[in-house]
Design a binder for this molecule. Structure first.
Ligand code: PEP
Ligand code: MG
Length: 593
C-alpha cells in the first residue's frame, strides 16, 4: 500500500464504508442552510394549513414508495427495504399528532410545526448514547426534508443537479434518498464529513458498489470544485493533490484489482474444488425473480436460499397462490436445471408486513415468527405450499422450512403438505409429487436434535444469522451488543459440527445460507467443518470460489479440528483469516495493514 504522507498531497482519514479505489474531479455539494420562517396564522387558516400537511404527507409517501420501487428493481428487495424506516416515520401517529397539536395551540404555520417537532425528536434520539439510534435520526431528517420540500412546492430540492461528467461527490452529509438516486456511471464515489458504517447511506453505497468514505470531519471545507482527488474506499482515505508516486502506487493497486477481476471472471464455469480435490457447492441467496440474472452471471450453481417474505413486504395485500406460483415458476425456469431452494415464509422478528399485521411483542425474535406463524395462519401457509408444489414441475425446486425447533413442527407441516397435495389433486392441477424438502438449522435446539431431524428431511441449511443470535443470546440487530455477536464462538462452531455430522450419518447434505458463509475469512473454517454447500449474495460467489480453489481440505480440516477445542473465538477468527490470506493473498491486496 502507498506510504501516506508526501509533499504537497494531503491525506484525510475517515471511515471506509464501501470498497474500491477511484480518482476524479470533486463535485462539492453545499449543505442547504435555509431559515425556517415562523409565521403566526389566524385560527381560520388552521383547516387549510392542516390540508397542506395532509397533501404533503401523501406526496412524501408516494415519493418514498417510488424511490423504494426503483431501488428494488435495480438492486433487489432487501436494499429497498431500507426505506421502510422512512415510511414508518410517516406512519408514526404520535409524531403527527404532536405537529397538529402544536399548530392548534400556538397558531403557527405548518412548516414551522413540522420542523419544531422533528427537531425535538431528533434531539431526544441524539441524547441517547446509541450509535444506531443516532443514525436513525438521519432517516427522520430525510423524511422531514421531503415533507418541507413538498410544502414549499419543491419536491426535488433534495436531489443533486443533473451530472454531465463523472465526478466524486464531496459534501457534509448525504441522505439515503439522494444516494438512492445516484447515476452509477456519473458518480465515481462519494466522501462525506459525517456518517458511519451502519447508516443507510453507507449500506446503499455498498449495494450500488460505489466506493465511499464517510466521517471525514471537515474535509468538504478543505476542497474546491473540480479539484483532483483519489478516494480509497478500502482503507477510508481521501487523498487531495495525490503525488505522482501515490498515483503510481494506487495505479498498481488498481491494476491488481483489474487482474483479480479477470481471474474471477475466468472461474465462471469452474467448480469450487480445493487443491486436493474436495468439492463444495456454491449457491446464491436471492429475494426476487429478477435476481436470477445475477445468479447466472456470477457462476452460482443454483439458489441456496430464496427469501420469499420479500414478496409480502411493501404492500397491503398478500400475494395470492397464483401470483406466488408465477414468481416461483419464473425463478425455477430461469435457472433450470440448477436447484432453487425456496424458503417458506419467515415473517416476524424484524420482518414485518402490512399484509399480516403482527401483534406487538416483548421479544419478536423469540415470538410469533416463521414456521410458528405459518402453522397458525394455515390458509396463508397452504397458499404458499400449493404455489411451490405447482411451480416445482417447472424446474429443480426444493423447499425449506425456517426456524424449526421441534420434530413435531416438521410433522405438523408434513400433514399440511399432504392436505395441499390432496387439494391440488381435487382441482386437477399438476404438481411435483416428489418435491424434496429440507429445513433451516437456526436454533440451538434444532442443531442438538439434528440426528432426529435428519431422518425426516433431504437436507439442512444453517441459518447462522439466527443460530448465532439464539446461541449467544445476542440480538442480531442491536448495535450496542454487536461486539458480542461472534460467529467463531466455540459454542456456535460445535453446533455447526453437530449438525454436519448428523446430516452425514444420515446421508444428507448441509449448507450454510447465513452471512457467515459470506465472510471470506471464515470460509476455510466452514469448509473444514464439513459444510457441503455455501450460499452467499450472488456478487460474492466469484471470490468465495477463488478462495476455495486455493485451499487444501486437509489444512481446512486441521483448522476446524483445532477450533472445536479452542477456547477463544478471537483466536479462531485469526487462524481462519490467516489461512484465507495465505491461500489467496490477492483477495486481500487492497487492505492496508
Ligand atoms: C439466517 O438466519 O441465517 C438466515 C439465512 O435467515 P434470515 O437472515 O432471513 O433470518
Ligand atoms: Mg433466519
Amino acid at each position: 500500500m502507498p506510504e501516506m504522507s508526501r509533499l504537497g498531497e494531503k491525506v484525510i482519514r475517515g471511515i471506509p464504508v464501501s470498497a474500491g479505489v477511484t480518482r476524479g474531479k470533486v463535485l462539492l455539494i453545499e449543505p442547504r442552510r435555509e431559515e425556517l420562517v415562523k409565521r403566526t396564522i389566524a385560527a381560520t387558516e388552521l383547516p387549510s394549513e392542516m390540508n397542506r400537511l395532509e397533501t404533503s404527507l401523501v406526496q412524501t409517501r408516494k415519493q418514498i414508495l417510488d424511490v423504494q420501487h426503483r431501488l428494488s428493481e435495480a438492486l433487489g428487495a432487501e436494499e429497498a427495504s431500507i426505506f421502510e424506516a422512512h415510511l414508518l416515520v410517516l406512519e408514526d401517529q404520535v409524531f403527527m399528532d404532536q405537529i397538529t397539536r402544536l399548530m392548534e395551540k400556538d397558531l403557527i404555520n405548518v412548516e414551522y410545526a413540522v420542523h419544531k417537532v422533528a427537531e425535538e425528536y431528533i434531539n431526544t434520539l441524539n441524547s441517547i448514547d446509541d450509535e444506531y439510534l443516532k443514525e436513525r435520526t438521519k432517516d427522520m431528517r430525510d423524511v422531514v426534508d421531503r415533507i418541507l420540500g413538498n410544502l414549499a412546492g419543491q419536491p426535488d430540492r433534495h436531489a443533486i443537479p443533473k451530472l454531465t461528467e463523472p465526478c466524486i461527490i464531496v459534501c457534509e452529509d448525504l441522505t439515503p434518498s439522494t444516494t438512492a438516486g445516484f447515476d452509477r456511471k456519473m458518480v465515481l464515489g462519494f466522501a462525506t464529513d459525517k456518517g458511519s458504517r451502519t447508516s443507510h447511506t453507507a449500506i446503499l453505497a455498498r449495494s450500488l458498489q460505489i466506493p465511499a468514505v464517510v466521517g471525514l470531519q471537515n474535509a468538504s471545507r478543505k476542497m474546491l470544485n473540480n479539484q483532483y482527488i483519489l478516494l480509497d474506499g478500502f482503507n477510508g482515505l481521501l487523498i487531495l493533490n495525490p503525488t505522482d508516486q501515490t498515483l503510481f502506487e494506487y495505479g498498481q493497486l488498481m491494476r491488481k484489482q483489474v487482474d483479480l477481476q479477470e481471474k474471477l471472471r475466468d472461474l465462471h464455469d469452474k467448480p469450487a474444488v480445493t487443491l486436493d480435490g474436495h468439492q463444495v457447492t456454491l449457491s446464491a441467496n436471492v429475494e426476487k425473480a429478477t435476481d436470477t440474472a445475477a445468479v447466472l452471471s456470477n457462476g452460482a450453481e443454483g439458489v441456496g436460499l430464496f427469501r420469499t417474505e420479500y414478496l409480502f413486504l411493501n404492500r397491503d395485500k398478500a400475494p395470492d397462490e397464483e401470483e406466488q406460483y408465477q414468481a416461483y415458476r419464473q425463478v425455477a425456469a430461469a435457472l433450470k436445471p440448477h436447484p432453487v431452494i425456496i424458503r417458506t415464509l419467515d415473517l416476524g422478528g424484524d420482518k414485518v408486513s402490512a399484509v399480516t399485521p403482527l401483534p406487538t411483542e416483548m421479544n419478536p425474535f423469540l415470538g410469533w415468527r416463521a414456521i410458528r406463524f405459518c402453522l397458525q395462519e394455515k390458509e396463508l401457509f397452504c397458499q404458499q405450499l400449493r404455489a411451490i408444489l405447482r411451480a416445482a414441475i417447472e424446474g429443480n425446486i426444493k423447499m425449506m422450512y425456517p426456524m424449526i425447533c421441534r420434530v413435531e413442527e416438521l410433522e405438523e407441516t408434513n400433514v399440511l403438505l399432504e392436505e395441499c397435495k390432496n387439494q391440488l389433486r381435487a382441482q386437477n392441477l399438476e404438481f411435483n409429487e416428489h418435491l424434496e424438502f429440507g429445513i433451516m438449522i437456526e436454533t440451538p435446539s434444532a442443531a442438538l436434535i439434528s440426528h432426529n431431524l435428519a431422518k425426516r428431511v433431504s437436507f439442512f441449511s444453517l441459518g447462522t444469522n439466527d443460530l448465532i443470535q439464539y446461541t449467544l443470546a445476542v440480538d442480531r440487530s442491536n448495535e450496542r451488543i454487536a461486539h458480542l455477536y461472534e460467529p467463531t464462538h466455540p459454542a456456535v462452531l460445535n453446533l455447526i459440527k453437530t449438525t454436519v455430522d448428523s446430516a452425514h450419518r444420515q446421508g444428507i447434505w448441509t449448507g450454510v445460507c447465513g452471512e457467515m458463509a459470506s465472510e471470506i475469512e471464515l470460509v476455510p473454517l466452514l469448509v473444514g467443518l464439513g459444510v457441503d454447500e455455501l450460499s452467499v449474495a450472488p456478487s460474492l460467489i466469484p471470490q468465495v470460489k477463488f478462495l476455495i480453489r486455493r485451499l487444501r481440505i486437509s489444512e481446512a480440516r486441521a483448522l476446524a479440528e483445532w477450533a472445536l477445542n479452542c477456547e477463544s473465538g478471537q483466536q479462531i477468527l485469526e487462524r481462519s483469516a490467516a489461512l484465507a490470506r495465505e491461500s489467496a493473498p490477492s483477495l486481500f491486496d487492497t487492505q492496508q495493514n
